[in-house]
Design a protein around this ligand. Structure first.
Ligand SMILES: [Zn+2]
Length: 345
């Protein structure tokens, strides 16, 4: 078999599919896709796009693999967790075994204002695999600024949601959700748990949208906010409107998360093996509700001024304004990750 025949054989079932065909396959092989966050959604996106033959996959994640990931983050193994491998590296190792003919570009990094534009540079589509709104607004700002299509996706418990953003053609994330839910107000996977089937559904829709975008099948995009609950058996599709002319991001072109003054919310506390994280928006925390949510994940104590939460080697001290001190690390990325997991946003 010559090289081209081998490629055609590998992707033959996809080429037979009307929506893709040989031309679509060539476009996939010539594309570069960025996956931001390589947890449950991110690994599902990465595996599907790798098998589909997306020529270059850029994967960025700040975390390492832990045993509690294995229930739903299908690409990782016990050995990855034992070695505490960074997720981006562990994913790249497995992806190269699945498909050695494509390029995998892993980045172990905290995604923030300083690197997001560089990360999306040269990418045809960006897929959301993150677990927090702060990063999603960052992706939204950067993608609208650079006219790059991106696909929002989120899952917690048995519920999931996704929407495809085509800058200036469809509503953007900020057109739909003007502000993130305040810190500590919404459940996260680390407080409310999450089951694998909802990940599969949300990722499947995101990946299908990515395939449509790359192959230019724009008429087939779902153009809605899709919501699923696999436990309550509820499926909803809310048609999204045109871009909002007053939207700060896509209407007025203000990309506030891309500038350091508003985006830099973490500070290393010198000599204390601790990092301070400030919420992205002013808020007041209800300690009673937060304590209830955190109890399953570790030891919680609170008084009227602060809440203390211990999990593994880390201790989070949360103040009423959602500012938190994360002890047990001097790494901003680790502190941000713990904050996103337990406090949210
Ligand atoms: Zn907008």
């Amino acid at each position: 078999m010559n090289a081209e025949a081998a490629v055609n054989d590998r992707y033959s079932r996809q080429i037979l599919f009307d929506g893709i065909g040989e031309e679509g396959q060539r476009k996939l092989l010539g594309a570069r896709v960025l996956i931001v966050g390589c947890g449950a959604l991110g690994t599902a996106h990465a595996e599907a796009l790798c098998r589909a033959g997306v020529g270059r996959l850029r994967i960025v994640d700040r975390d390492f693999v832990e045993p509690s990931n294995l229930q739903r983050q299908t690409m990782f193994t016990e050995s990855d967790a034992d070695k505490r491998l960074p997720k981006a590296i562990a994913a790249a190792n497995h992806l190269r075994e699945i498909n050695s003919e494509i390029e995998i570009e892993p980045h172990v990094a905290d995604v923030n204002y300083s690197n997001i534009e560089q990360l999306i540079d040269g990418c045809d589509v960006v897929l959301d695999g993150t677990d927090n709104f702060a990063t999603r607004y960052l992706i939204n700002d950067a993608c609208v600024k650079h006219e790059t299509n991106w696909i929002y996706g989120a899952a917690v418990g048995s519920y999931g949601v996704t929407m495809t953003v085509r800058p200036h053609k469809t509503a953007c994330l900020r057109c739909i959700f003007e502000e993130a839910p305040p810190a500590a107000s919404a459940p996260t996977c680390d407080t409310a748990g999450v089951i694998m089937p909802i990940i599969s559904i949300v990722s499947a829709v995101q990946v299908a949208e990515a395939l449509k975008l790359v192959t230019g099948s724009f008429a087939e995009l779902h153009e809605s906010l899709m919501q699923f609950d696999v436990w309550r058996n509820e499926w909803r599709k809310i048609r999204i409107a045109a871009p909002h002319p007053d939207c700060p991001t896509c209407g007025l072109g203000q990309f506030e998360t891309l500038s350091p003054t508003t985006a830099e919310t973490a500070a290393v506390l010198c000599g204390r093996d601790a990092i301070q994280i400030s919420p992205s928006q002013p808020t007041t925390i209800n300690f009673l509700l937060l304590a209830e949510r955190l109890r399953a994940a570790g030891e919680v104590k609170f008084n009227e001024y602060l809440l203390r939460f211990k999990t593994g080697p880390f201790e989070l001290t949360v103040f009423q304004d959602a500012r938190s001190i994360v002890r047990g690390t001097d790494q901003i990325a680790t502190a941000r990750s713990l904050y996103a997991k337990y406090i949210g946003n």
